[in-house]
Design a protein around this ligand. Structure first.
Ligand SMILES: NC(=O)c1ccc[n+]([C@@H]2O[C@H](COP(=O)([O-])OP(=O)(O)OC[C@H]3O[C@@H](n4cnc5c(N)ncnc54)[C@H](OP(=O)(O)O)[C@@H]3O)[C@@H](O)[C@H]2O)c1
Length: 225
């Protein structure tokens, strides 16, 4: 049994991941803004829930400390929450869109990783799993702001690995490809099902202690890159 904090648990990958981890007997704190979804998830899985807006740094930190207290420790942090306001060319994005993307896709997981390191270091164990995206390996027109944040997150996560691993803490950067969730405006049934992505992520908690998965890229069969 591991004590796990999952962000972005109210929808898509995070929702399915919380269900999968609870079914395997892990103790999970699930977080997101949508309180109805959190209540539904709590009812379905028995997980503990905390509503928080990761766009707000103070709320993010408060949520982390409440989760740490509720779990009485922390073995695994899964930075899964993420958003893309819309696709648009560079001469059209707004300051508000840029700041919101920065706060949720880059600042929040960086702050949560920092806090997790502080509590994991004394235990000389722990695992931080960062859900990046294959966009961090690409340069798609109309995806500039989202890609910039995800590439920043990938860089942060790679350095986090180097600073954390000497203290017995594993860091995994995951690069999923297209997944059929609310993240997208239209349904994409040819993409990975969020439950399949969750099942793949949950495997990381079962790796032997002497194996660290630094990076994992996985895609639906319709994607080649
Ligand atoms: N779908 C894809 O094709 C795909 C591909 C590669 C990577 N990813 C990444 O996978 C992760 C999960 O995405 P998904 O596809 O499962 O998307 P999703 O269904 O839209 O879920 C996004 C989650 O992030 C949370 N979130 C967004 N803004 C937030 C905020 N301000 N404060 C707190 N939580 C917030 C949402 O919760 P609330 O709305 O309740 O706050 C929701 O639980 C993201 O990091 C995404 O970038 C997705």
């Amino acid at each position: 049994m591991k004590k796990v904090l999952v962000t972005g648990a109210t929808s898509g990958i995070g929702y399915e991941l919380t269900k999968a981890l609870c079914a395997k007997g892990h103790r999970v704190v699930a977080t997101g803004r949508n309180e109805n979804q959190l209540a539904k998830l709590q009812q379905q899985t028995g997980c503990h829930t905390i509503a928080a807006d990761l766009g707000n740094a103070d709320e993010t930190l408060e949520m982390f400390h409440m989760a740490h207290q509720a779990l009485d420790g922390l073995d695994v942090l899964i930075n899964n929450a993420g958003m893309n306001s819309r696709k648009c060319p560079i001469d059209e994005f707004t300051l508000e869109e840029f700041d919101a993307q920065y706060a949720v896709n880059l600042r929040a997981p960086a702050l949560l990783s920092r806090e997790a390191l502080k509590v994991m270091k004394p235990n000389k164990s722990g695992h931080i799993i960062n859900i990046v995206s294959t966009v961090a390996k690409r340069a798609n027109e109309t995806m500039s702001v989202y890609t910039a944040m995800k590439q920043g997150f990938a860089g942060f996560s790679a350095i986090l690995m180097k600073e954390a691993q000497p203290h017995g803490i594993k860091v995994s950067s995951l690069f999923p490809g297209g997944t059929d969730t609310n993240f997208r405006e239209a349904e994409r049934p040819e993409y990975m099902h969020p439950a399949s992505v969750a099942q793949t992520i949950a495997l990381l908690l079962e790796l032997p202690d002497d194996v660290v998965m630094h990076e994992m890229t996985f895609r639906p069969p319709v994607e080649l890159e």
